[in-house]
Design a protein around this ligand. Structure first.
Ligand SMILES: [Zn+2]
Length: 238
């Protein structure tokens, strides 16, 4: 079922946007605006008919530069147009509504056998973030999930669901509580420090600001030592 468009995307706004592209392109366009994260930008040129441009509604707010890049992309994709559009998409990924998670994916388990992630995360939130970070936290199932960017391998943070997953190998009496808290701190930093994009539009999350903030944690040095020892002495269960 198609997702409905936000109220700000009116039929008039869509018609205006289509006219602007048609003027730049010099021909009619079959414009289809969606709220679908899996078809952000698609072009088809059916024989004998107007070109079909399917775009996510984020493009309607892109201004002249984006409208020109779209018209160029329709006429003939060029490296400049591609880069402009890719950067715009990357800078607006937060507007992509994630697919509704299945009930199974939403089942969170913060209380482990040894460590209660909810309690630890709340303590970190109060100590370092003034209690303002809004995240959910769960023990993972030890598998790599598609779409979840993994960092230090011990945890991951999803910007779309605000969910922190911690590797279940850390739910063990041999793992000190302060280390679990440091991993939570790292992942919570991802919730407050925006990713940046390089000149080619590639997104990176461990920015200079991120690394500086990470080093401010009083357990930073011993966490790095502990992490290395843990990695060398033990193979993480799959
Ligand atoms: Zn990270």
């Amino acid at each position: 079922m198609p997702r409905s468009l936000p109220p700000s995307v009116t039929p008039d706004a869509i018609a205006q946007f289509r006219r602007e592209i048609e003027i730049l392109l010099g021909q009619k366009v079959d414009l289809r605006v969606n709220n679908n994260s899996s078809s952000v930008l698609q072009v088809r040129h059916p024989r004998g008919k107007s070109s079909i441009l399917s775009v996510h509604h984020m493009f309607l707010r892109g201004g002249n530069e984006i409208t020109r890049a779209l018209a160029q992309y329709l006429r003939r994709p060029t490296p400049t147009a591609n880069r402009t559009l890719r950067q715009y998409i990357n800078a607006h990924t937060h507007e992509l509504t994630p697919r509704a998670a299945s009930p199974q994916k939403l089942r969170l388990r913060a209380r482990g056998r040894t460590h209660d992630l909810h309690t630890l995360a709340e303590a970190i939130n109060q100590q370092f973030f003034g209690g303002r970070v809004q995240i959910k936290v769960t023990w993972g199932r030890g598998t790599v999930r598609k779409g979840h960017r993994r960092h230090m391998i011990f945890g991951s943070y999803s910007h779309s669901t605000h969910l922190i997953r911690i590797h279940p190998a850390l739910d063990d009496p041999s793992v000190p509580e302060w280390f679990v808290k440091f991993v939570l701190y790292h992942e919570m930093l991802h919730a407050v420090i925006d990713p940046e994009h390089d000149a080619d539009g590639r997104r990176y999350v461990h920015t200079r600001e991120f690394r500086n903030r990470e080093r401010e944690h009083p357990d930073y040095a011993r966490a790095k030592v502990w992490e290395k020892a843990f990695m060398m002495g033990q193979v993480l269960p799959g």
